[in-house]
Design a binder for this molecule. Structure first.
Ligand SMILES: [Zn+2]
Length: 415
């Protein structure tokens, strides 16, 4: 049903300029649980930890002080295919500022909070800083820029794995990983506490990352929302009709909010104040999302108590002074399989599929034999390129190419 809604939401957006924040976190969780049903028990155990009673909480060693500022080291992985997707470090820093603005209630738009909800709005006392050091003590800017042959990403998490042409997470016990790329249909999704460590983190579309001043998701609040999920928060409507987000001070509401309402919206008998559509965990436009509640703050912060799933972040090495000052060189050219060739062995014609890396178009490929002699050359003119190999003697050959200093070589057999 939800997929259906999102699909029609997408069509409506195109037809009527009617946008909907397409957060994939709920669908993502369903997908993770399908793969590993035991995750439900893990989430339940974490919920029990979060909502344990005051008596058992007060017995916790290392209980978080009320006023303690939690600082989270952040590593941003920017995966780009086209140069325009390689967003700048300044843009990344604007996202960090937006996170700090909203999690510290420093946003100037709190005036938009209705009177009835004003006393609930919280300074969550959570801050975000770009990581300064990697696991081996080397300096880092906290931002990785990496070219990928992939042109868009889905909920399948490939963006989180170097083996899938994405980029591996840094240790989730020490960093909040944020991946930024071109997403198909979505503007973001997040893992929940307790999800597998190598998938732990937040994925955000490069179109809404940082303060962009264009469109309706222009204030960096997609990341504010998704990091809310990373900190255990659910959507206000509990992803069900009048469902429950588990937080006492957010009213029940029927479903998500589109656009930017100007009056109270009553649902699920929540009158007279109505839905809390200005809460970051709704789908309202960025301009109209302005608050977390005290209840949400408390739930997020409990995760950092001793025994909680984010406790390790408090002693992260991610913001330490580097032992090795030198920033590592950019990644060497990735060893991904940029092209596929078939059939292999070939008899008369070889097809080369370059659709994952269109930058090869216009470049020259060489076919060389085992003694290193060039026996054929071909300038690539399309994503699916055919090469006539009928005149070659039977044997082993290599297809070789070079673009922008990046080399590719693939073996094939001529029958
Ligand atoms: Zn969401």
């Amino acid at each position: 049903m939800r997929r259906f809604l999102l699909w029609w939401g997408g069509l409506l957006a195109a037809n009527f300029l009617f946008a909907q924040r397409e957060c994939g976190s709920f669908d993502y969780q369903k997908q993770l649980i399908r793969t590993d049903p035991s995750l439900e028990l893990t989430h339940k155990a974490i919920d029990n930890f979060i909502f344990r009673d005051e008596t058992s909480r007060s017995q916790t060693i290392g209980r978080l002080e009320e006023e303690k500022i939690i600082t989270i080291p952040v590593l941003v992985h920017i995966l780009y295919h086209y140069p325009g997707e390689n967003i700048s470090d300044d843009q990344v820093r604007s996202q960090l500022s937006a996170l700090n603005r909203d999690y510290r209630k420093l946003n100037s738009d709190t005036a938009k909070i209705p009177l009835a909800f004003k006393s609930l709005a919280a300074d969550c006392e959570i801050e975000f800083k770009l990581a300064t050091v990697d696991a081996s003590g080397r300096a880092t800017s906290g931002i990785i820029h990496k070219y990928t042959p992939i042109t868009n990403w889905t909920l399948d998490d490939k963006i989180k794995f170097s083996s899938e042409m994405g980029d591996d997470a840094w240790d989730a016990k020490n960093y909040l990983n944020i991946w930024v790329g071109t997403l198909e249909r979505l503007i973001g999704y997040s893992s929940l506490p307790g999800d597998p460590a190598n998938k732990d983190g937040v994925v955000i579309s490069n179109t809404v990352f940082g303060i962009t001043n264009s469109g309706v998701y222009n204030q960096g609040r997609t990341a504010v929302h998704e990091v809310g999920h990373w900190l255990g928060l659910r959507h206000l409507w509990g992803d069900a009709d009048c469902g429950d987000d588990g937080i006492a001070d957010t009213p029940k509401q029927q479903t998500f909010t589109n656009g930017c309402p100007s009056t109270a919206r009553i649902s699920c008998n929540n009158g007279p104040n109505g839905d809390m559509y200005m809460d970051y965990m709704d789908f309202t436009n960025d301009d109209c999302l302005v608050m977390f509640t005290q209840g949400q703050k408390q739930k997020m912060r409990v995760l950092f108590e001793s025994g909680g799933p984010r406790y390790s972040i408090l002693s992260s090495y991610g913001l330490n002074k580097p032992a090795i000052e030198q920033i590592p060189l950019p990644d060497s050219p990735p060893q991904w399989l940029h092209i596929q060739i078939f059939p292999n062995p070939a008899t008369s014609e070889l097809t080369i599929n370059l659709e994952y890396d269109e930058r090869w178009i216009g470049k020259q490929l060489q076919v060389i034999n085992v003694t290193g002699h060039v026996v054929l050359t071909k300038t690539i003119s399309s994503k699916i390129q055919k090469i006539d190999v009928s005149t070659l003697q039977p044997g082993i050959y290599f297809i070789r190419g070079e673009k922008n200093g990046e080399r590719m070589m693939q073996k094939f057999i001529k029958l």
